[in-house]
Every structure is written in structure tokens, then in C-alpha cells.
Design a protein around this ligand. Structure first.
Ligand code: ATP
Ligand code: ATP
Ligand code: MG
Ligand code: MG
Lengths: 150, 165, 150, 165
């Protein structure tokens, strides 16, 4: 058990480091086993340092940086254990334009092997989609769906 | 394997039957606040076997039935069905298309169907388990879930990785 | 004590109902004393029903509806007990265009008697401001502020 | 009464002195993720007497001092000062302009000044108490605070109202 966990931990860690660096355009992040070497029951700690910074603790990160770090973690697990489809509900809302663009590029890159359903308010995200549904309530309290195209 | 069509009827803010066809690539769902976008995510979770009221943002299971609005009365029954492309055989059932349907009535009684045949919730959960659906806790990221993930304790994250593997 | 609390509770409740209705363009909301009539130590419960709906519990509201309800609560307390200044950090991020516009209109209406400092990513909010500061990091990790005008 | 100028030096991501002049109406602060916008809110909270590390998003008080970046070393000292227009006399101190300054060193020792005169934290807190600053828990709404407010227990909300009145 400890051996199998170490294998998957190392694989996840590798992917998390690279996902973080590509989403942040630099910086570094890591996963730590807490307590060290306790492969049987140790937990997984996340540390992240955006480009140019020296600060490493998660709580010191900005709202957008935390979101991007969370996205890196989610997608590193998806790299390692793909799911046939992924549903994202407004995850990119705290991201500025540059970070949102890098996020979208990552989605597009993965969309040939994973199906994405993305709830969003952002035009940039809609433009990356092949299919867009507009949900509205002509009659208050009663939802309808309309297929949209730009 | 990928999702094809989602049909929602009587579920949350959908008193009328609504049908969505997903792209095998990226499908975007947009609209004003409160229009029903996250309700669509809930419908998908629910038909795939989600049982947690907190995850579905409800108090008890009957709360997913359309509760009425100022021009319609509440209805008695909610039903969601999802059709899945199974050409690659990842679902271990000998059909190239798999349709899962779930319904609930005002008494809270749920019924489940696999390609039209009544089944138990367990049959659906077992079928999905092998594909990675339900095993990867990060595959469905609801509103506000990222903050939740970042605030998880180290042991909880370990559990997520163990479940996925 | 119970009498003074009842007075302020009733005043807050009045303002919350009207703030909610103006921000949502209808619907109804209320504050409840829990347990009822326990003016000495009872707590304050919030219920909210957006226009056209019948659902009243907070957890059934959408992300944007929850945010707007929270804004209504915050501003009803500010109506009752004004603060000389109010700081808002990206509070309107979950709001769609129509709701964000109503929120901005409310801010503008109050800005003659309360000072607002608003951190935002949204153009609409920036356009409502008299003074805009752009914060950037030319040098990674080192913030600078630039006064902006449209 | 309203805030006039905020000067930040060595606080969090501000190694260089930065000065902001607020409008008596609406001042917007914009910029990319991680640029320092919320740090400005933290600086304002801190100079007005905030003590909670959680509210300031830090571990211990020294964490507010610029910790260095890849081209600068950490520094030893952080200082924030706020000038307040007091023409309406809401601050009970006979000056039409009130300047509050707070500094901290690597040992975690804080110093406080009112119009240049050293004072205690309590003097600043007492001065601000009467104006409603610090009494209205909803007057400073940090990132993610709205969700926190909605998830408060009924007793906590009662407490907020009692404090404000
Ligand atoms: N059982 C039900 N019957 C009728 N309406 C319901 C029911 N459950 C939830 N609703 C309504 O659905 C609405 C919420 O929808 P949803 O959460 O999907 O919005 P959304 O489109 O995701 O909005 P946002 O962009 O703000 O997140 C609420 O207004 C709620 O009143
Ligand atoms: N003591 C410190 N020394 C140096 N940098 C710091 C210090 N404390 C925090 N930071 C940095 O400040 C940055 C966060 O800034 P802030 O929270 O103000 O961002 P923001 O502009 O609000 O971004 P967002 O739009 O994502 O919320 C982080 O990158 C963090 O590394
Ligand atoms: Mg939603
Ligand atoms: Mg911020």
C-alpha cells in the first residue's frame, strides 16, 4: 500500500509542478508528504510560489493565484487519472484576462482526449467552445435552454 | 466514452422538458444569475448517482422537484436522463449507447433505469466506477469548490488521490 | 436591552427588505428572529426569494443571487449605522451585467454620504469611480500604483 | 470625515513607498491577479488597528514586512500611514487632519503614532470606535467575505448588529 501510494504521489507531484509552471508562466510549486516519509498515512500539503515571489504559503497568495493553483492541482490529477468528462462551474471567475487566456489554452489542449462542460460568464471561455447553450428565464423561475452560435 | 444528451424534466428550475446535446470537446453554458446553469450541473450529478444533499444544494431529496413559481404550481415528479456514447466499451455493458434515467416523486422515492430497464442505484454506481467517473473527486468542480479544495486538510487530499487510483 | 435590540432589529429588517427588492428588481426577503420573540438572545436568520420564485432558503439560491443578497444585507446595516468609508474587494465578481449595473447604481447613489474604495476587475465598476488606481508589478513581486483616467 | 491619503512602505508586496489619494466619493483599484490590490486593503486594515492574522492573511505579524523577491532581499521594517479629513470633527481630537501611522520590525514590535506623536494601539482604537469605523463589521468587505457573512450562524449575525449599534 505504502509503495503504491508513493508511486501515485510522485506521479501527481511531477504533473502538479509542470501544470503550475505552465499556468503561471514560471514560479514553482510542490506537493509535500506530511509527516515526511509516512507513506502509509501521511497527508498531502500544497506549497506554491508564483513567479518573482519568495512567499510560499498558500494563504499568502492572492485570490486569483489561489484559484490558478487549485486549477493546477485539479488538472494534475486529471492528467494522472483522466475522467471521460470534466464539469467546471465558473472556475475562472477570479482570473484576470492573461490568466484566463492561459487557462482556456490548457482546456483546448486537453479537449481532444477529455470532454469539457463549462459554465461561464466570460466571453473568452465561450469563444473556445464548440457548442454554447444560453440558459434564460423568459418566465421568471422557469429555465429554458437555447443553442447559441457566435 | 463521452456524454451525448442530457434531458431535464421537472428538476429544480426546469418545469418544461429541456434537452442539451454536448460536444465531445468543449460545451459552454452561459446565462444570467439564477437562470439555471448550476442546476444543469446538479441534474448531471444527480442522474449519475449523487446522493449528498449538500453537494446538490438541497435539504432533502424532494427539493430537486420543481417547486412552482408565481405562475405555475409545484409538480409531483422530476426526471433526468443522460445518454452516453459507449463505442469504446469503457462502460462494461454491451451497448454502444447507454441511457441512464433517474426519477423522484414527492415521497422521495427514486427510480433508476439503464437503457429502459429498471435497476438499482448500485448498478449505476458500479457501472460508472470503472470508467473513472465518480472516482476522480476533482472531475466535477462546482461553484466555489476550488476554495474548498485549497482548504482541505492534508489527510483529505491523500484520500482524494487514493480514491482516484 | 431586549427593547433596544428589537428597535434596531426592526429598523435593519425594514432596510433589508427594501434593499433586496431594489437590487433584485422585485421578489421579497426578510430577517427572522430565531427563536421567535427571544429578544434577549435570539439570533438573526435570513430568508430570500428572488422575483418569480417560490423557493426561500438561502442555500437554494444561485451564486450570483447569494452575492446580491449578501450585498443587500451589508448595505442595509450601512443604511442604519453608516460607516464614514466602505471598502469592497471584488464583491461584484459573481454578478452578471444586469445585477452588476444595479449594484453600481446603488453605490453611486450612496457615494455622496459614504466614501467607497472598491477593488475590481470590472470595467463597469471602474467607470463609476472618480479616481482609479492601476496596481501592477513591472518588477515581479514588487507592487507599484499608477493613477489612471479613462 | 473621509480618508485622504494612504502611504505604504515595506508592507507586503510594496518594497517601494507607494502613495494613494482617495476620492471622497468612489475610488477604484484595478490590476492583474497578485498585483497587490488586496494587500492595499490589508494595509488600510492594519494601520487602523487590525490585529487578527487570519483577517490580514498572515501567520504572524512580521509576515506583513516585504519578504523580498528574486531581485531584492527582504527588508527589516514596514510602515503604513493614513491621513484622515476630520473637518466635521467626528474624530474627537482637535485637528482638521489626523494622521495615523503604524510600523513593525522583524522582532514583531509595533509602533503607533497620532499626528507624529507616539501613542498606544488602544488610543487609535478608542479614537476610531466613536466614528463607526471598527464598529460596523460589514464596512470592510474582503475577498470572499460575502460567502462568510451568508454562512454566519444566527447568533453571530445578532452580535454584528449589537456591535454596530
Ligand atoms: N426545486 C426548485 N424549484 C424551482 N426553482 C428552483 C428549485 N431549486 C432551485 N431553484 C431555483 O433555481 C435558481 C438557481 O439556479 P442556478 O443555481 O442554476 O443559477 P445559475 O444560473 O447557476 O446562476 P449564477 O450565475 O448566479 O451561479 C434559484 O433562483 C432557485 O430559486
Ligand atoms: N510579506 C510579503 N512580501 C512580499 N510579497 C508578499 C508578501 N505578502 C504577500 N505578498 C505577495 O502579494 C501577492 C498577493 O497580492 P494581493 O493579494 O494584493 O493580490 P491581488 O491584486 O488582490 O490579486 P487578485 O486579483 O488575484 O485578488 C502574492 O503574490 C504574495 O506573494
Ligand atoms: Mg451558478
Ligand atoms: Mg485580491
Amino acid at each position: 500500500i505504502a509503495h503504491r501510494f508513493k508511486e501515485s504521489f510522485d506521479a501527481l507531484r511531477e504533473r502538479f509542478k509542470s501544470r503550475f509552471e505552465s499556468l503561471f508562466g514560471g514560479g514553482e510549486a510542490d506537493l509535500l508528504l506530511i509527516p515526511e516519509d509516512d507513506w502509509v498515512s501521511g497527508g498531502i500539503e500544497v506549497i506554491a510560489r508564483p513567479p518573482g515571489r519568495r512567499v510560499k504559503y498558500l494563504s499568502g497568495l492572492s485570490g486569483g493565484e489561489r484559484t490558478l493553483t487549485g486549477i493546477a492541482l485539479i488538472f494534475s490529477l486529471l492528467d494522472y487519472r483522466p475522467s471521460p468528462f470534466v464539469v467546471l462551474d465558473e472556475v475562472e471567475a477570479p482570473l484576470d484576462e492573461a490568466n484566463a487566456a492561459r487557462f482556456i489554452r490548457m482546456l483546448k489542449g486537453l479537449s481532444d482526449r477529455m470532454q469539457f462542460i463549462v459554465v461561464t460568464h466570460q466571453r473568452l471561455t465561450m469563444e473556445a467552445a464548440d457548442v454554447i447553450y444560453g440558459i434564460t428565464m423568459e418566465e421568471p423561475g422557469a429555465s429554458v435552454a437555447v443553442s447559441l452560435k457566435f | 466514452m463521452h456524454l451525448k444528451h442530457l434531458e431535464i424534466f421537472g428538476f429544480k428550475s426546469f418545469p418544461e422538458r429541456v434537452s442539451l446535446s454536448f460536444s465531445p470537446g468543449i460545451t459552454a453554458v452561459a446565462g444570467p444569475n439564477g437562470s439555471g446553469k448550476s442546476n444543469i450541473v446538479d441534474a448531471l450529478l444527480w442522474v449519475l448517482g449523487e446522493q449528498s444533499p449538500k453537494t446538490l444544494r438541497i435539504g432533502r431529496i424532494q427539493d430537486v422537484i420543481f417547486a412552482g413559481n408565481t405562475s405555475r404550481k409545484p409538480i409531483s415528479y422530476a426526471e433526468v436522463s443522460i445518454s452516453i456514447d459507449n463505442c469504446d466499451g469503457s462502460l462494461r455493458i454491451p451497448y454502444s449507447e447507454v441511457v441512464i434515467k433517474r426519477s423522484v416523486d414527492r415521497a422521495g422515492l427514486c427510480e433508476y433505469y439503464l437503457n429502459g430497464t429498471p435497476c438499482r442505484l448500485k448498478d449505476i454506481q458500479d457501472l460508472l466506477m470503472d470508467t473513472g467517473i465518480g472516482r476522480n473527486a476533482y472531475a466535477i468542480v462546482g461553484q466555489g469548490k476550488i476554495e474548498e479544495i485549497l482548504n482541505q486538510r492534508p489527510e483529505e487530499r491523500r484520500y482524494v488521490l487514493e480514491e482516484a487510483v
